[in-house]
Design a protein around this ligand. Structure first.
Ligand code: AMP
Ligand code: ZN
Length: 467
């Protein structure tokens, strides 16, 4: 069966075939570590995780690279405000990031290159762009000359001539020759970190990191590049311009973008003040894997409107799935093996693959699974299912769960009531300015594996034990 993936570049579902038979390269735009991720960001990472796992189920070996933006206006500003070094500041948010993705069962990428550790590679690419005439210097900065790249606009489907001078693409850059050009290298500024390099003293612009890092770890051409739809323009369009001009080769073969997560039908974003974090979901008593289920069960190219009702519903469905899976291993009956069940298992597996092959149509894949569960449950209730058939259904569910990773039979996960009570007690102590007591409770929580850390928006906890 052939896998088809929707490619933003062509606007069509295309048959997937990797450049190199033995390994698929995936580059995923990663987090800017200046604050904890909101669940909109997390949706983009869950999508990339399902993609990777499905490719593996189909027998591909995958190498996935995700950059960590630990250097930009926001991280610099926030670290200064808090009076800590950029490294110390970003380290903290990197820990939160890994905690979130672990809770969501997102498999780790093969490498997480940090921007601050790849300045050399970025400088080298900027130099090449200068040498080839795609970039120019202005004062101490370097800009990409959009006019020089013939295909500019191909991904975002924009007509350059329609972007009028005066409408700034990036408002903070006004020293450019053409308002549409973007910064590759920013001149050193007072009070900001900078690097002494062949192209001058300063720091990289935002877009160059993904081009340079992806070339270093995956070569000039990547099979699949993922991100959220808001990355399409200008970020991914600029990545294409940088990479293809520098290497002379096609940069990405399949561009895949995850749609927005909405709250009350508006995009979740800081500026709208409608941010929900994974921590707030778990603190409200829901399990992290309910959020994973909510994401995985909707199609990545559909907008998803988050409501508390939807997470409640997701958790109930997940409970039903887990209850079902728990019944199977210990089930015994005298019933004979049935050809009908064997057919059902085969057709469910086939339908699962047909749906997933169709641009990762997870809602369709779940429909096939639920239909089977309905029929098997009846067999279990009436003891008409054979012991062997129950084992075979169990085996299939476990196989499919290698992609979905939502099941946790036998485990009731989440924050225990005792820990929740301790966190609340500590908050109360802090509000009453009883810091001695608050510290004592912090220690007790640490003994239980819960670490509290201060963030820009208040205290949050982390645990390696909660799934
Ligand atoms: P950032 O940390 O802002 O660079 O974003 C990390 C990833 O999250 C990017 O791939 C974004 O496209 C994606 N993203 C941001 N907001 C949303 C949202 N509301 N829904 C889905 N993805 C989002
Ligand atoms: Zn990127």
């Amino acid at each position: 069966m052939v896998l088809k993936l929707y490619n933003t570049l062509s606007g069509e579902k295309e048959v997937f075939s990797p450049l190199n038979d033995s390994i698929v390269g995936i580059y995923s735009c990663g987090p800017t570590v200046y604050d904890v991720a909101h669940i909109g960001n997390l949706r983009a990472y869950v999508f990339a995780d399902v993609l990777r796992r499905y490719l593996e189920l189909k027998g591909y070996k995958v190498k996935q690279v995700m950059n960590i933006t630990d250097l930009d206006d926001k991280t610099i500003r926030a670290s200064k405000e808090q009076g800590v070094s950029l490294r110390e500041y970003t380290d903290r948010y990197i820990r939160f990031f890994f905690n979130d993705i672990d809770l969501l069962r997102i498999r780790r990428a093969d490498v997480y290159p940090r921007v601050t550790e790849h300045i050399k590679e970025m400088v080298s690419m900027v130099k090449t762009l200068l040498d080839k005439g795609y970039a120019y210097r202005k004062d101490g900065s370097v800009y990409y000359k959009i006019q020089a790249f013939r295909d500019y606009g191909n991904l975002a489907k924009i007509d350059l001539s329609k972007i009028k001078a005066g409408i700034t693409v990036e408002a903070d850059e006004y020293e450019k020759e053409d308002v549409r050009d973007f910064a590759l290298w920013k001149e050193k500024k007072e009070g900001e970190p900078f690097w002494e390099t062949e192209i001058g003293e300063g720091r990289p612009g935002w877009h160059i990191e993904c081009s340079a890092i992806s070339t270093k770890y995956l070569g000039p051409t990547v099979d699949i590049h993922t991100g959220g739809v808001d990355n399409i323009f200008p970020h991914h369009q600029n990545e294409i311009a940088q990479s293809e001009a520098a290497t002379g080769k096609r940069f990405v073969r399949y561009w895949m973008h995850c749609e927005h997560l909405l709250v009350n039908n508006k995009k979740m974003s800081k500026s709208l003040g409608n941010i929900i974090t994974l921590e707030s979901i778990v603190s409200s008593g829901f399990r992290a894997d309910a959020l994973r289920y909510l994401f995985v069960s909707s199609h990545y190219r559909s907008k998803l409107n988050f409501t508390w009702e939807s997470i409640r519903h997701a958790e109930n469905t997940l409970d039903r799935l887990n209850n079902f899976i728990e019944r199977l291993p210990g089930y015994e009956s005298d019933a004979l093996d049935s050809e009908e069940i064997a057919r059902l298992i085969r057709s469910t597996q086939e339908r699962f693959e047909i749906e997933m092959d169709n641009d990762l149509n997870t809602p369709g894949a779940f429909a096939a699974v639920f239909e089977m569960i309905g029929r098997v449950n009846t067999g279990l209730d009436e003891a008409k299912l054979s012991t062997q058939d129950a084992r075979a259904v169990h085996e299939l569910m476990m196989r499919l769960d290698k992609v979905l990773d939502i099941l946790s039979p036998g485990k009731k996960e989440g924050l225990s009531e005792e820990i929740e009570a301790l966190i609340e007690e500590r908050e109360r102590a802090r509000r009453m300015k009883d810091f001695k007591k608050a510290d004592e409770i912090r220690k007790r929580l640490e003994e239980k594996g819960i670490v509290l850390e201060d963030t820009r928006t208040g205290v949050r906890w982390m645990s390696k034990f909660i799934k």
